[in-house]
Design a protein around this ligand. Structure first.
Ligand SMILES: C=C(O[C@@H]1C=C(C(=O)O)C=C[C@H]1O)C(=O)O
Length: 279
């Protein structure tokens, strides 16, 4: 019997286009890739249906005992992110006990928004997790709506000028002065401890696929222009300096601050220790 392939989640957003391009050019050989939105891959990893995945950074804080962080990759920004947006009918300073719709695809951005509204604006609105559409971004009964991923990036370029648009990466930087990590690559602790050789293979595949995609970024962008509603310039800007993928010490510092504020806001029990696979 051949060994089962490692089950690896892949968030289907343009913020990891270089990785997707590397996977499509041989990098995914030997891996069973499952594509999806963060909320689904988050629960698949916790339920044991995946061995490794990029997941919402807040997930690690909620299940640190069951997870191990891979060294190297992340999805992060130093300031504006363009693809995590609050769209609002009124200025953010005027939000109080309003109703805010949260995209059902996310976990990190929910916590990020709650921290920003509470600590930055003294607001504690009512939140409602639901599916949202870019055509009618704010549900009738809500004052504002939170989008992530390609939907948010689309709205960044096309939102109605009658709406107020807030970039949560920029808001986080304004509040804390720190960088922000939205996604981590994480292995289940069981997989990391029981199959170190397979974990090394997955880690290498992620690293090499990323490197391939970054070395062919132009071709990667051109490969999606027909199917995604973005121009070359929009994606070249987004993937050419807005999104960062290296989990360096400065970004880990931003991540720790995010966890501390999430704990202080009651969104997680406590800021977890960062435990890496193979450490
Ligand atoms: C930068 C982004 O970050 C994403 C936001 C996530 C979340 O809110 O849970 C999860 C993974 C990230 O890839 C984005 O949505 O484009």
């Amino acid at each position: 019997m051949p060994e089962p392939l490692p089950r690896v989640g892949h968030i289907d957003f343009l913020n990891v286009l270089p990785l997707a391009y590397g996977y499509a050019h041989g990098g995914a050989d030997g891996l069973a890739i499952e594509r999806g939105v963060p909320a689904v891959l988050n629960s698949d990893l916790i339920a044991g249906r995946l061995d490794v995945s990029n997941v919402s950074s807040i997930l690690y804080a909620r299940h640190a005992d069951k997870l191990r962080i891979l060294r190297g990759p992340c999805v992060s920004t130093d300031g504006a992110v363009e693809s995590i947006l609050l769209l609002s009918r009124k200025p953010i300073e005027e939000i109080e006990d309003d109703r805010i719709a949260l995209t059902a695809k996310s976990a990190t951005s929910h916590a990020l928004l709650k921290i920003i509204l509470r600590s930055g604006y003294g607001a504690v609105p009512t939140y409602n997790v639901q599916s949202l559409s870019v055509e009618h971004p704010i549900p009738e009964d809500a004052t504002a709506a939170l989008f992530i991923g390609d939907d948010a990036l689309y709205l960044y370029h096309h939102a109605s000028p009658s709406l107020y648009v807030y970039d949560l990466g920029a808001e986080w930087k304004k509040l804390t002065g720190k960088k922000m990590v939205y996604a981590l690559w994480v292995a289940s602790r069981r997989f990391a401890e029981q199959d170190a050789a397979a974990l090394t293979r997955v880690s290498r595949a992620v690293r090499e696929s990323f490197a391939y995609g970054l070395a062919h970024k132009d071709a990667a962008i051109r490969s999606v222009l027909g199917e995604k509603p973005f121009t070359y310039e929009e994606l070249d800007h987004y993937l050419g300096g807005v999104i960062h993928w290296d989990l360096t010490e400065e970004y880990l510092d931003g991540l720790r601050t995010f966890y501390e504020l999430a704990a202080r806001t009651g969104l997680i029990e406590k800021a977890p220790e960062l435990v890496f696979a193979g450490a």
